[in-house]
Ligand binder design. Structure first.
Ligand code: NAP
Length: 247
């Protein structure tokens, strides 16, 4: 689907929440969704980065976004419930979520995985995403056609030495997606995963510091698949895990 050609009004009138919207793929996705008509809710932990994305969207004449400063590491289910109430009060519904925020942690031998780091990676990459999705469901079910996109990785489908913590968090992400897709298959909501593939961001540089960045796709290059899964052209796609850069 990375050759998908989105119509310019694809996301008109849609309200979409993007996590990790201040940097990397999430920042590009927010700007792209806004350019195709969406009102974006920008969630992230670094306010200055969220404000920069906000400014870019407004400068490009996109709908004024909302900013939700939130560190997923410390957030509890009640934070997500309050956020959902605010979304319902302000917008009446939610049409899409891109669960994008994640951390890599340190790559290490399985026997050396630090217990605290395991907890932190699972809290940000998995638990927060689960609690947020639970809380957002009432707002999503008010939409005529809601799309929830989870971000996976190739190491979330086939394990790889030294990637233990991050890889397990992404395997679990695939499991959360499949469970929800099955549970809500007859409702106006769909759940899918997206695997960006190697993409030029801070996280990729952290994992592969010696790699020349110019050899990698940019976040902008991979946006067609992000648009396809968020817009109504994928209304019948549920329970799939799509690759932005298929081999
Ligand atoms: N880049 C790749 O090659 C690649 C490949 C496969 C999968 N992925 C997946 O794609 C997604 C985006 O990755 P990326 O490469 O764009 O990474 P990135 O550049 O590191 O961006 C990650 C974003 O998540 C936010 N974030 C991290 N911890 C958070 C927390 N505790 N609370 C709130 N926000 C938090 C970051 O906020 P700050 O900017 O404030 O730190 C940042 O905006 C991730 O799910 C990643 O696993 C990436």
């Amino acid at each position: 689907m990375n050759d998908y050609n989105a119509p310019s009004n694809l996301l008109n009138d849609k309200v979409i929440l993007i996590t990790g919207a201040g940097d990397g793929i999430g920042a590009q996705a927010a700007k792209t969704y806004a350019a195709f008509g969406a009102t974006c809710i920008l969630l992230g932990r670094t306010v200055a980065k969220l404000e920069a994305v906000y400014d870019d969207i407004v400068a490009a004449k996109g709908a004024e976004p909302a900013i939700v400063p939130l560190d997923i590491k410390g957030a509890t289910p009640s934070h997500y419930q309050q956020m959902t109430q605010t979304i319902i009060d302000q917008f009446g519904r939610l049409d899409g979520v891109l669960h994008n925020a994640s951390i890599l942690g340190h790559l290490s031998a399985f026997k050396d995985i630090d217990a605290q780091e395991w907890q932190d990676v699972m809290q940000i990459n998995l638990n927060g995403m689960v609690y947020m999705t639970q809380a957002l469901l009432p707002a999503l079910l008010k939409s005529d056609s809601a799309s929830v996109i989870f971000t996976t990785s190739s190491v979330g489908r086939k394990g790889r030495a030294f990637w233990g913590t991050y890889a397990v968090s992404k395997f679990a992400t695939e499991g959360v997606m499949q469970t929800l897709a099955d549970e809500y298959q007859n409702k106006s909501i769909r759940f899918n995963c997206i695997n960006p593939g190697a993409t030029r961001t801070n996280m990729r540089a952290q994992a592969f510091p010696a790699e020349p960045p110019e050899t990698l796709k940019t976040p902008e290059d991979i946006m067609p698949t992000y648009l396809y899964l968020m817009g109504n052209d994928s209304a019948d796609v549920n329970g799939e895990s799509l690759d932005c850069q298929p081999k």
